[in-house]
Every structure is written in C-alpha cells, then in structure tokens.
Design a binder for this molecule. Structure first.
Ligand code: AQP
Length: 335
C-alpha cells in the first residue's frame, strides 16, 4: 500500500489554517483506508527558531491531543514525535550532503523567516528542507498532504531523491507527490488577505486558534477584514477580493461543500449577515475538537505513552530504510 507522511510543528497553538489545510486532510486520508498513514509532530523543525523548552513540551503534547481530537486514531495511523525517532536526523545528515546550498537559499520560507539578518539565522533554519526530505523519505512515503505554502519544500524533496538516486546510481528513494487539495489549501490572515494565517503572527486577531472559545471565534470573525460589497453568486465575483474569498473558502472547507455551492446559497448576502452564519458553523465544527483536546491534556502521561508507542512503530519502518541508505552510501552500519 502507498504510504502517506506529513507533519506539523509544535511552534505554537494549532490554527484554523493548520486544521483545514493539513490536519483535516490527514484525517480524510486515514479514513479512506487506501494508504498507510504516518503523522508527526516535528519538534526538530520547531527549534530552527528559538522555542522556550517548557512551552515546546506543552505545545508538542497539545498538538498530539489536537491530532487525536481531530480524528487521528493512533490504532489506524502512526502518530509520533520526530525527535524520538533518531533516523530522521541521521538521514537528514546524508541529505545535507546531497542537497546544495543554492537550493536552500532559494526557498521563500528561508527568506521570509531569516529576514534581513541572514547571517544571524540558525544553520538549522537554512537546512530545514533537507530535514523535511528526510522525514518523508525515511518512510519511503509517496504522498504528502500539505497546505499550499509547503509546495516549494516538496519540490526540493523530489530534487533530493532524484539527486541521491542519480549520484549513487540507484533507484531507491521514491519521487514524492504533494497532495494539495480542497477549498482551504491557503487560509489567509483575518486581518490581511495577502498574508497566510500563521501560528507565529504577532496578532492573535489574525488567526483562529483551535483552542479559542465560541465568543472569541465569533468576535474574530466579526472583526475580520472585508470589503463593502455583498457576496457574489459565482466564483468569478471573488476575483480581486482576497478577504471575501478567504471567508468563503473557510466556510466551504468547514461545510465540506464546493465554493460554487456555497455561493449559490450565500450569493447576495452582506457580510453582516454572512459572518454570523460562518461563526456558527466554525463553532459547531471546532468546539468538539477543542473540548476533546482539553480533556486529553488532563492526562499528559497518556499522551506520552501514545507518542512512545508511535515512535516504536515509526522506527520499525525507518530503521531498515536508513540501514539500506548507509549501505548505498558506503557506511558500515552496526548489526
Ligand atoms: N494558513 C494556512 N492555510 C493552509 N494550510 C496551512 N498550513 C499552515 N498554515 C496554513 C499547513 O499546516 C501544516 C503544518 O504547518 P507547520 O506547522 O509545519 O508550519 P507552517 O506552514 O509554517 O505553519 P504556521 O502556522 O505558519 O507556523 P509558523 O508560524 O511557526 O511558521 C503544513 O502542511 C502547512 O502547509
């Protein structure tokens, strides 16, 4: 069976963007049952920018609770924490030696996150995509569900696999397919329709957190930036209206409807009327998840047990693939 891998960083609380762009798709792929699904809290990626240790621990457990609350079943999917499976770091080193500096320096995430002072960014932030390639390829995963912002990194993963196979004259690593699907592959900030909704945006009003209560969700949506026009009844009426498009996309993804179907129903409504309908739907879909997350967080030892079990399952797949990689490279692996 083809294998799916994806990860989320415990670099803060989960946002609606992470949920609709990634996690909800992870659940769908798990439940389709046609793939083996492997999902990861990528704490090693999170520390490419400074994380407070206590907050990192908490965010990792909360992310695990989020996965389970959203519908990931640790008996159906492998659910684990990256740093507990050393094979990710071991393969990443080899990929650091396969990938080229220029590939890394071209990445838009590097340019955005390193900012003007690149000399002072961590070396890990630059090498981030090589670790991501290792995360995926150490499982020989063929399909990677992600939001649109990760497309460039997935192309780099393909380049790493191609170069490795070519340099060593093997056909070992698969060429991975990104899975970027649905109405919400790019959820935008509620304050600025040109910026993606992000955990690390300094403005909390820019995002909906999975742990926000009903009043907070309603208030953030009420205050979300929009234009003065009514909703169109066809998708082409959303052109050049990024904020309107964003709210319609969010509604469509939450309602599991197409954008066309949403506009057929909502076309002609003013935002003053549409926003409360959207808030009600968001609260209806998100409240059960945040309630369940809070319940799971009361038992951190149980979360750690689930992560430990997941790491063991992950290692069973990763260890032989790493061993074979070492053989190909000419490293003598211990038996
Ligand atoms: N706004 C978004 N819309 C759709 N998908 C999104 N994803 C993130 N934001 C959106 C998808 O969520 C998955 C996990 O992302 P991540 O945690 O690894 O890092 P990120 O993409 O950098 O997410 P954030 O929230 O913006 O975190 P920070 O602020 O720490 O960088 C990915 O599949 C991503 O595409």
């Amino acid at each position: 069976t083809p294998r799916v891998f994806s990860g989320i960083q415990p670099s803060g609380g989960l946002t609606l963007g992470n949920y609709l762009g990634a996690m909800k798709r992870f659940v769908d792929m798990q439940n389709e049952g046609s793939h083996e699904t492997v999902y990861c809290m990528v704490d090693m990626h999170a520390i490419t920018v400074w994380q407070d240790p206590d907050k990192l621990r908490r965010a990792t457990r909360e992310l695990c609770a989020g996965f389970i609350a959203a519908g990931i079943d640790p008996n159906k999917s492998i659910l684990f924490n990256q740093s507990q499976v050393a094979e990710h770091a071991q393969l990443a080193w080899i990929f650091n030696c396969v990938a080229r500096m220029g590939w890394m320096q071209r990445m838009t995430q590097w340019k955005d996150k390193a900012g003007k002072n690149q000399q002072n960014a961590s070396l890990g932030l630059l090498a981030y995509p090589a670790l991501m390639a290792a995360d995926i390829l150490v499982y020989h995963a063929t399909h990677v569900p992600v939001g649109d912002d990760q497309k460039q990194h997935l192309e780099l993963t393909r380049d790493v696999a191609i170069k490795f196979n070519h340099d060593y004259g093997v056909d070992f690593f698969p060429i991975t397919e990104p899975v970027i699907e649905g109405a919400a592959t790019r959820v935008m900030s509620l304050r600025d329709g040109s910026k993606k909704m992000s955990k690390s945006d300094p403005s909390d009003a820019s995002r909906i957190n999975m742990t926000d209560d009903a009043d907070t969700i309603a208030k953030k949506i009420r205050k979300a930036k929009t234009d003065p026009d009514a909703l169109p009844s066809e998708e082409k009426g959303l052109e050049d209206r990024p904020e309107a498009r964003n709210l319609v996309n969010i509604y469509a993804a939450l309602a599991e409807q197409s954008v066309d179907a949403v506009l057929r129903e909502m076309g002609g409504k003013q935002f003053s009327e549409f926003k409360p309908i959207l808030s009600d739907l968001a609260v209806e879909k998100l409240a059960p998840i945040s309630t369940e997350m809070a319940r799971l967080m009361q038992d951190p030892a149980e979360i750690d047990r689930i992560l430990g079990h997941g790491a063991q399952q992950a290692r069973e797949i990763a260890a032989p693939i790493l061993k074979k990689t070492y053989d190909i490279v000419g490293m003598i692996s211990s038996t």
